[in-house]
Write a protein that binds this ligand. Structure first.
Ligand code: 1GP
Length: 236
């Protein structure tokens, strides 16, 4: 199975956003553990295929986070399938995935597929609105984490604050629940200090938007995360 237990830091690129070749080169050679391609709006087969082609020359792991069945492009190292645990609708927990399996089962290499239990925590985020989430309180989040770990035995529990910086105390509490399940944190990391703070608790941090707004800071988050993990007791 695709193994993310060695990861500390990943960049997430939105195929619907423009990135120059020079910026892409810096992202891919930054020392990050992988580049995830994913977004909520305007993800098409063409823009995903185009980005994958531009990533291929680099020696970095490429992952497609599948958000649209029309935009599943072959050739990535791995495919992440999100299940939105706090969506009001079964559609986002089971049905879109079921449809995907019906259509693509013959093409899927199950070893390269990994399921992410998403808990979306920013009501302003597009993904929160698109998947019609409810805002969980602390006890709810902890229960989702326990379900990810013990009930569904998911490889990943993803605390998704997309667009806003989250609550490190909550990430710390969730981290105590995740022993086999990898805890991923993403959202609003815009300084290396924030990367360090979340890397102290989460197994993996995801850095997205700041790549497009302030590339230099985005690149600094790699070193900040890696140093925090070394301080925490060696590479994870
Ligand atoms: C989004 O969790 C990622 O899916 C990263 O969030 O874009 O806010 O960094 P940002």
């Amino acid at each position: 199975m695709y193994n993310i237990s060695e990861w500390d830091h990943v960049f997430k690129l939105d195929p619907n956003k423009m990135i120059t070749n020079a910026a892409l080169e810096k992202v891919c050679t930054s020392g990050t553990d992988a580049v995830i391609v994913g977004g909520t709006d305007g993800v098409t087969f063409e823009n995903v295929a185009d980005l994958l082609e531009r990533l291929e020359p680099y020696n970095v792991s490429t992952v497609l986070e599948v958000s649209d069945l029309e935009a599943v492009v072959p050739g990535f190292d791995a495919y992440f399938i999100p299940l939105v645990l706090n969506s009001r609708h079964k559609k986002w927990l089971l049905d879109v995935q079921h449809q995907a399996i019906k259509e693509y089962a013959d093409m899927i290499d199950w070893q390269d597929m990994l399921t992410e239990g998403y808990c979306v925590l920013n009501p302003e985020a597009k993904v929160y609105q698109k998947t019609d989430c409810t805002l969980p309180n602390v006890q709810d989040v902890l229960a989702y984490a326990k379900m990810a770990e013990h009930v569904f035995r998911l490889p990943v529990f993803y605390m998704e604050y997309s667009g806003t910086y989250g609550d490190p105390e909550l990430v710390k509490k969730v981290a105590r629940q995740c022993h086999h399940t990898t805890l991923v944190y993403g959202g609003g990391i815009r300084t290396k200090e924030q990367a360090e703070q979340m890397a102290e608790f989460a197994d993996v941090i995801v850095v997205g938007d700041v790549i497009y707004d302030n590339l230099e800071v985005a690149l600094e988050t790699v070193e900040a995360t890696k140093s925090m993990k070394m301080k925490d007791g060696g590479p994870s």
